[in-house]
Design a protein around this ligand. Structure first.
Ligand code: TXA
Ligand code: MG
Length: 309
């Protein structure tokens, strides 16, 4: 039996499987299996208040899970699916409460990865999938990361290194606005532009979502401390009370799509190489650019310390 057939069999039997996506690897279970959905939370050690994203292989399936699907959803799906955009819309009664943490909305996304699209299609059911890491830890962008995280407990489908590298942009879609709950590599500008091209003019703003409880203060953290250094040539680390004897350093000046792709792998490699801490140098001007918003959001949550010039 090949890998994809095995994954489909496990999912049909109500088990969980780690699947590659273009953003990060996900820990998937069929949305029809209460057993699989519960196992996702157990394996991740994730609290039930944190809702899961439902992954579909086409837009029609997404529509079937929503109470309504307006033109804004249609345009965003046409422009960005398959791709790193999750749309939160009002759910209908077919979506189980365990998926949405009891909320009346559901996050929907069509991932851009051929193996995973094929699995969802042939399974005949969407899959709920959070990132395939223990709760609050760094998301995996390679099969080996998932194996390191869960060991033999979880079957992992090989899908190469994730192309995007950080999680999808999560948006709430309303009749009068689009709200960005979690920034990502599809930016507010990209969304505004796509809507405008279809004659839709709505405000698109980043909000601190009260309904996205997964957006915790500390998240994406490796096991060694991360220090963010803003606009410093030679940051002073003495006062931080951490072991700086063997630092992993990264001057974040490269182009954002490259930086996003490498980010989590850098966290994990630094940890694995036995580095004592990670020092990331940034420029505060990056805060003005939507292209950096997703990366800065992850760094803010993964950091232990921050030093300003
Ligand atoms: O790129 C991604 O989105 C990856 C891959 C595997 O698709 N998945 C991912 O899932 O990052 P997860 O569970 O680690 O993060 C999903 C976040 C939740 O923490 C929550 O903040 C938000 O999406 N979310 C999901 N459903 C929501 C809802 N109904 N309302 C508001 N926010 C929701
Ligand atoms: Mg996650």
């Amino acid at each position: 039996m090949n890998e994809l057939d095995k994954a489909i069999k496990l999912l049909k039997d109500g088990d969980v499987v780690a699947l590659p996506t273009e953003t990060v690897y996900g820990l998937a279970g069929s949305i029809d299996s209460e057993k699989a959905l519960r196992k996702i939370f157990a394996v991740k050690e994730r609290p039930f208040f944190d809702p899961l994203i439902v992954h579909v292989s086409n837009t029609q399936t997404a529509k079937n899970l929503a109470v309504s699907w307006d033109q804004t959803c249609d345009v965003l799906a046409k422009e960005f699916w398959p791709g790193p955009l999750t749309m939160v819309v009002k759910k209908n009664e077919t979506v189980k409460d365990v998926i949405t943490a009891g909320l009346d909305s559901v996050g929907l996304r069509c991932p851009d990865h051929p193996a995973t699209l094929d699995i969802i299609e042939r399974l005949g059911s969407p899959v709920a999938a959070p990132s395939a890491n223990k709760f609050k830890r760094t998301s995996p962008t390679k099969k080996e990361h998932v194996l390191k995280e869960f060991g033999e407990e979880v079957f992992v489908v090989e899908g190469g290194e994730s192309r995007v590298g950080i999680e999808s942009t999560v948006v709430g879609v309303f009749s009068d606005k689009v709200e960005i709950y979690r920034p990502g590599m599809i930016t507010s500008e990209d969304i505004t532009k796509a809507l405008n091209q279809h004659g839709i003019s709505l405000p698109v703003n980043v909000v601190q979502s009260p309904v996205a409880p997964g957006q915790l203060k500390h998240h994406y953290m490796p096991k060694i401390p991360i220090v963010l250094s803003w606009d410093n040539q030679s940051p002073k680390l003495d006062s931080l009370n951490i072991d700086t004897s063997d630092l992993a350093q990264w001057h974040l000046t490269s182009e954002p799509t490259q930086a996003a792709r490498k980010l989590y792998n850098f966290f994990r490699e630094s940890e694995q190489e036995g580095k004592t801490a990670i020092l990331i140098s940034l420029k505060s001007s990056m805060k003005e650019s939507p292209q950096w918003a997703g990366i800065l959001n992850r760094l803010e949550k993964a950091k232990s310390f921050e030093i300003h010039s």
